[in-house]
Ligand binder design. Sequence first.
Ligand SMILES: [Zn+2]
Length: 400
Amino acid sequence: MPREDTQSQQKMKEHNSMLLLNMIRREAPISRAELACRTRLSPTTVSMLVEELLEKKWVVETGAGSSGSRGRKPIMLEINGKGGCIVTVEIVSNGCICSLYDFCLRKLRSVRMKQSGQMSRDIIEEIRVLLHEQRVALSRLVAISIIFPGIFEAETGHILFSSVIPTELLERDLPDKIRKGFPKVRVIMDNDTRMMTLAESFSEGYVPGTNMLAINIDEGISAGVILKDEYDDIKICNALEAGHIVIERNGRKCKCSNQGCLEAYCSVNALLRDLNEQAGVELPYEDVWGSEVNAESLAKAAGLYQAGDPGVRKVMGEYIFNLCCGLFSIANLFDVRAIHIGGRIMALGEHFLDEVRKTLAEQFRFVKSGEVVIEQSHSGYETIRQAAVRTAMDLVFSSH
Ligand SMILES: [Zn+2]
């Protein structure tokens, strides 16, 4: 057989194998017959490929399912949770969080690490400890997924910039160094906002086939969009620099050195500053990502807002108008039908969301009779990590 034919046959086999594996992941428990029916592969092909997946221990048989029409109970298949593990490494403002997951997205353990001079060395050491403690053989670790709040080179994962972590604290070649510590493990770098958006698309609140904007409002503002494609089933996540959309020409100076950015008006600390300056409150705040001081002050502001404090309400009215300017721009650009708002700002509660809906409808004439749904984000830190695990599994499974 010519080499090209052998290669394309091999590719086709890998493709089909991944198709089955992903269907088992989503639909388990599922029988071979059902797999053949759903994927339109022949029963012989399904049997052969499933046999290989069983050999690799990625899939297990779970005994007989419910009785079929002919009375014979089929053997069901599901993902073998113990088949392999994935580590997520979230880079946060003062260190990182390493978590170990099995193939069934079950978290086995999570450890928070403080910032140090040599993060890569500490991360490698911590991952070894995690595996040892959980009695997972190194050969079962298939991927390490680094979740980074900033931008990096797509090919190499070399860190370029983060607006939330000072550059001097970052090792530019972090992925390379971790690869050296685990030469046989796939090391992946992904953006935190992209993972947040992906997590939102896996949540119950996402209506398949809808263009959706997921926006997180903390000390910074990040967002991603899920776009339906012509087949209605492929999701594309674009991490947007939503915080730096200009909503006011020649407006407030932003830390990106531009003027009038959404973030300069609508970050959590911008809101706290406005409340202090214009509503006569004394709520301490700082320009630090993930600040506890800001969280406490925001909770107090939420109390005053919900109690109807007139000064706070006035500032909130302006805040919401500015936020809607940003939402309106992005939503029109991508023709989104759903906006999911998350992050620390949601401490302001359902009343805040109601006001956002009202402002978009009345002042922007945007939300007509349920045309655009605005709701609270469903994803949290845990679902973001799980999205990273799923992405890593897709990559690993597609290359075997
Ligand atoms: Zn800016």
